[in-house]
Design a protein around this ligand. Structure first.
Ligand SMILES: [Zn+2]
Ligand SMILES: [Zn+2]
Length: 256
């Protein structure tokens, strides 16, 4: 099982880092987690395309996590005219179905059900809550501590041969410790250095506290704002977390 980083950046469109996106490769599947601005280009640079994707999970619907979703879906639908691909599963927090209906209607002139009717391409939508089993893969989620109350944001755990947890965008919250317990890899929102803490996101020390308490094996610091670049995030996190710390880089592959 491995993680490929499509984008390790934030909502700022920067030269250095693409907005949020990852590929989780299990034995049988490639799951894309978040589809931030520019991640479709990162897919291409990794030699992947929409035909490689069976499932896309969006942790929440800020643009830096969701912008490229419809372009990727459209690509897959249009490619299906000349291939035997006929399905994609889209997962996200509550309200995802309505969101996709609206956005696809506005941008593609066809909602998911209309796409199925017109083209025989099935878009399965799953609003994540608690634990779900999809064939050999278990996907669990809890509410993260990020946006206002009416803006659902998730932390997501994918369990297959190994366990990987995405904190999603979030401030430090206790429940994330239990949720991440014993995971092989924790990809954590490390937006800002300790010195410039903002609410709704974590610092390297907070990420490390979660990782240490939860006894995860490896911590990946991601969702970095440009300000975070001039600080030694790895050194900071390593003061609290005894395991391996990796600072995410775009297009990197991390073995789980
Ligand atoms: Zn974000
Ligand atoms: Zn966000």
């Amino acid at each position: 099982m491995k993680l490929q980083v499509l984008g390790s950046g934030s909502c700022l469109i920067s030269q250095e880092r693409t907005s949020s996106g990852y590929i989780v490769q299990t034995r049988g599947q490639k799951i894309m987690v978040d589809t931030g601005t520019g991640t479709s280009e990162s897919l291409r640079r990794l030699g992947l395309d929409s035909s490689d994707l069976d499932t896309i999970i969006n942790t929440h619907r800020h643009p830096d996590h969701v912008s490229d979703l419809i372009p990727i879906v459209q690509d897959k639908v249009v490619n299906s005219f000349q291939s035997d691909q006929s399905k994609i599963t889209l997962m996200g927090p509550g309200g995802h179905r309505n969101y996709l209906d609206r956005r696809m209607h506005d941008e593609m002139r066809a909602s998911p059900s209309e796409v199925e009717e017109k083209f025989g391409f099935k878009i399965e939508i799953n609003e994540l809550e608690g634990k779900n089993k999809f064939e050999e893969i278990e996907i669990s989620s809890i509410s993260a501590n990020h946006g206002p109350e009416d803006f659902p944001c998730l932390s997501v755990r994918i369990s297959s041969e190994k366990d990987i947890v995405f904190s999603g965008d979030t401030d430090y919250f206790e429940e994330l410790i239990d949720f991440s317990r014993g995971a092989d890899l924790l990809v954590a929102d490390c937006s800002k250095p300790d010195e410039e803490k903002v609410s709704g996101h974590m610092t390297p020390t907070e990420c490390a506290e979660i990782a240490e308490e939860a006894q995860v094996k490896k911590l990946v610091l991601s969702h970095l704002y440009p300000e975070a670049e001039s600080f030694n995030l790895k050194e900071k996190a390593s003061k609290t977390f005894q395991g391996e710390v990796v600072v995410a880089e775009d297009l990197a592959t991390i073995e789980i």
